[in-house]
Ligand binder design. Structure first.
Ligand code: HEC
Length: 442
């Protein structure tokens, strides 16, 4: 049985002698992951299986037990393929089945830890023969810059045949026992009717007019939220508790951590984003690593590629999958201020977001060591998360010996919202027995 792994054996011996003084071991992920056992996690396609659907009569004979808080796997263990196939095919809970989409994605998860960090290595196969490193762009139509590229579930794609362009993602949700029922029902606590691409979609005007979501948070749509943030039994999107009540729940740790590694908007600067879910899916305090590349006043992009550095100022639709070239604008590396007089031709495209590592700040910039590489149809993402980020106000703080509940998800093949593949809630032990045990590096 695996108990502890010597860091030296993993090739990560980093003790050094400088002038006779021994330096402390540098916290680093294992260099030889083949020594760390891999858990195969089956992620399946959930479609519109919302919190409300799960508590309705349509969730046959299971609505009451789900309401009571029974765990999903108490009835659905090993049913990932069956559920995934029924939904992805459109037989249930999916009004716009995406052609060729997989029912299940096998996510290989390896985990290790030392005194400071939790290290993950994830591997999964992409459906496409290219990685999702591209994201929506601005495209010049001869006169103006217009949006180009949408996720598969967008009507522009399934209704009008426009190109599907959206980044690949890997995400994790974490709870430490503070959120009731998360251990049993995981991410399904956060997914509600009214949200983007879900039944009973909230109207933009109604969200904008909502006293909390619209007027305070300046949102135009509904995203994830936790049951504790709503006042009615149906947990309606618009029945929010007051800002003061929500602040109290947050201060008591009643939120889940949610982080995304993103193929276009974080990976190019070796980062993942950092957010949390309570009354909405929000980013942590500080500044995240990606921003809209749009100058509202001038109605044009803010930045373009620096041709002196990368050889081009823009791309075209048939170039964005060429992974030998950078696909993201990185403010401190390959960007220059957008020049409207640069001789733009119809079809020229500039990414709709830009990325920055040096501009990312505070708690939103905690995930500053995650790197994905794509080779032969497979992503490998190595992700370092500090056990204690120093930001307990919007992160889950972990400790060696602790066991936490995680939900994992992958967004594959140009998709967002319900089109991801998700795991049942799983336990992750920091050197402790669990569904996934992070081995202790010594
Ligand atoms: C008490 C047992 C039970 C629990 C607990 C339960 N389910 Fe179900 N679930 C069922 C049954 C039974 C069906 C209907 C199967 C059928 O119609 O063939 C079902 C159907 C589904 C379906 C639709 C696909 C299908 O096969 O019809 C989804 C999705 C689903 N459940 C997800 C969940 C999730 C997520 C949870 C946890 C939040 C959960 N279930 C909890 C018993 C349960």
């Amino acid at each position: 049985m695996w108990k502890t792994v010597s860091k030296a054996a993993l090739g990560a011996a980093v003790f050094g002698l400088i002038g006779g003084v021994s330096t402390a071991a540098l916290a680093a992920p294992p260099t030889d992951w083949s020594q760390v056992p891999a858990k195969s996690v089956k992620l399946f396609y959930p479609g519109q299986s919302s919190y409300q659907w799960l508590r309705s009569k349509e969730h046959k004979r299971a609505d009451k037990k789900t309401m009571k808080g029974d765990s999903c796997i108490s009835c659905h263990e090993d049913e990932e393929m069956e559920l995934g196939q029924k939904i992805v095919s459109g037989e249930r809970l999916e009004p716009h089945p995406v052609k060729g989409k997989q029912a299940v994605i096998d996510l290989a998860v390896q985990a290790a830890h030392d005194a400071d960090n939790l290290y993950f290595r994830f591997q999964w196969k992409t459906k496409n023969a290219y990685p999702g490193t591209a994201h929506p762009h601005w495209q010049f139509d001869g006169k103006a810059w217009k949006g180009m590229g949408w996720p598969q579930l967008h009507k522009k794609v399934w209704g009008e045949g426009q190109p599907a362009i959206y980044e690949d993602r890997l995400s994790m949700m974490i709870d430490d026992g503070s959120v009731p029922m998360f251990k049993e029902q995981g991410c399904w606590l956060t997914c509600h009717n009214g949200s983007r691409d879900m039944p009973k979609l909230a109207k933009t005007a109604d969200v904008k007019a909502h006293p909390l979501l619209g007027k305070v948070l300046h949102k135009k749509d509904v995203r994830k939220y936790l049951p504790s943030s709503r006042t009615d039994k149906a947990l309606s999107w618009n029945k929010t508790k007051s800002a003061e009540e929500i602040a109290k729940i947050k201060a008591a740790g009643g939120f889940v951590d949610l982080m995304h590694w993103r193929g276009h908007r974080s990976n190019p600067v070796n980062m993942s984003d950092d957010g949390y879910v309570l009354q909405y899916r929000l980013f942590d305090a500080g500044k995240k690593m990606f921003s809209k590349n749009w100058d509202k006043k001038a109605k044009q992009p803010k930045y373009m590629f620096d041709a002196k550095k990368v050889g081009f100022k823009s791309r075209t639709l048939d170039q964005i999958r060429d992974i030998s070239q950078p696909s993201s604008i990185i403010a401190e590396q390959n960007a220059v201020k957008f020049d409207p007089k640069a001789g733009w031709k119809k079809g020229d495209m500039v990414p709709a977001y830009y990325v920055t590592r040096t501009g990312a700040k505070g708690s939103a910039a905690d995930n500053n060591a995650s790197k994905g590489t794509w080779k032969d149809g497979m992503w490998t993402v190595v992700w370092t998360r500090k056990l204690d980020t120093g930001h307990p106000e919007d992160d889950k703080i972990m400790k060696p010996g602790g066991v936490y509940t995680f939900g994992f998800a992958v967004h594959d093949d140009n998709i967002t919202t319900r089109g991801h593949h998700v795991s049942w809630p799983m336990s992750v032990g920091i050197g402790a027995a669990a569904d996934i045990k992070a081995v202790t590096l010594k």
